[in-house]
Design a binder for this molecule. Structure first.
Ligand code: SF4
Length: 366
């Protein structure tokens, strides 16, 4: 068997001739009525927009972006907590995208400009190194992200981090958010494109309930243009055949059981709780908090954090509708007027995984 080099493999999944064939196949499978497929991943939105995949789809096949950007769904209250700590003299370490996200009144970037010590890190291990190097300073790692980043947080918690480091945990879980989408009035999704990255951790099995309970076709997909087109054709075939199956388009990376070791780490360190998502309210069993035995590392228990009157949306911002795919970014009156990548008014315009930012970067205005 010929083993392909990574670049060769990538190019294969971008082959225009093959893409045209799959697009023709999609055309042949498309029903006469409109079907709507929802992905839940900022990287999928990037691939779809960057490669102009929507233009290849028949009019009756729509692909919308769900809550798949970890920065976009971060409640303002959680960022308010990080800002409070930074302004109280605690060093807050977190991922780069987070610091520009508007919270209730300000952002971590503005807190830094006001004298707060806010540091950008590539991962939790950087925060651990900093805390060890400066033992007389208090550090908080603002731990955000989905099932993909939670295992690395768990590893460092289990490694007994230095006493001057604690964790402001804001990890969220994808399947409960997908379940929420099925109850959003007027959304009427006909199939899910499940996220490749998250699925490498939780496995295909994590989506079993969607076909079984909700009769919802679901395909786990990779991130190259052809991955997405294949996934769309697989969903359309299920619909044509009157089936609701759970299929895996990304078997070279995603296994049925996922990464069991990573799942065990998450299970050991965190418990699952109901929690708020930005603009979406509380989603049952959708977040992780540290278990009792790790309470000494919980920044919310360690510090007397006082915040009040948090608000997720600045006036006019429609991120709550963009996040669930109910509207496209240009339908927000602030899009590319008051809200631009340089002057974000909502979380969806900050991260490279945010739908508004992706559309803005690609100059899609209608
Ligand atoms: S354009 Fe800006 S304000 Fe409007 S929904 Fe997007 S991020 Fe929010």
């Amino acid at each position: 068997m010929k083993v392909m080099a990574p670049m060769e493999e990538q190019l294969r999944f971008r082959d225009p001739a093959l893409a045209k064939k799959v697009a023709d196949h999609i055309e042949s499978l498309a029903p006469s009525y409109t079907v709507k497929f929802c992905h839940v991943c900022g990287t999928h939105e990037w691939t779809i927009t960057h490669h102009g995949l929507r233009a290849l789809l028949p009019e009756t096949v729509e692909v919308i972006a769900g809550p798949g950007c970890p920065v976009c769904i971060l409640p303002a209250a959680d960022i308010d907590e990080a800002i409070f700590l930074a302004l109280e003299g605690v060093t807050v370490a977190t991922y780069g995208d987070v610091i520009r996200v508007p919270a209730s009144k300000t952002s971590l970037q503005e807190a830094k400009a006001s004298g707060g010590d806010v540091r950008i890190v590539y991962g939790v291990e950087d925060a651990v190194k900093m805390a060890k190097k400066e033992p007389n300073r208090d550090f908080v790692f603002f731990a955000i992200g989905f099932e993909t980043t939670a295992p690395s947080t768990a590893v460092e918690v289990l490694n007994k981090p230095p006493e001057n480091l604690s964790f402001l945990v804001s990890h969220r879980l994808i399947p409960p958010a997908m379940e929420l989408l099925l109850g959003v009035e007027g959304l009427q999704i006909n199939g899910f494109i499940a996220p490749g990255h998250v699925s490498t951790i939780i496995g295909v099995k994590a989506y079993e309930m969607f076909p079984k309970v909700y009769h919802m076709p679901t395909v786990v997909a990779g991130f190259e243009p052809l991955d997405v087109l294949f996934a769309i054709s697989m969903l359309l075939k299920q619909i044509r055949d009157g089936e609701a199956l759970l299929e895996n388009e990304y078997p070279h990376c995603v296994k049925w059981d996922g990464n069991v070791k990573a799942q065990q780490l998450i299970e050991k360190v965190f418990k699952v709780v109901d929690e708020r998502w930005r603009g979406l309210g509380t989603i049952p069993s959708s977040a992780l908090v540290l278990r009792e035995e790790f309470v000494s590392y919980d920044a919310r228990k360690k510090y007397d954090i006082k915040i009040e009157g948090s608000r997720d949306l600045l006036p006019g911002c429609l991120c709550h509708l963009v996040i669930v795919g109910k509207i496209n970014p240009p339908e927000c009156p602030l899009f590319m007027k008051a809200c631009t990548p340089q002057t974000p008014k909502g979380a969806c315009m900050v991260s490279n995984e945010g739908t508004c930012r992706i559309w803005a970067k690609h100059k899609i205005t209608e």
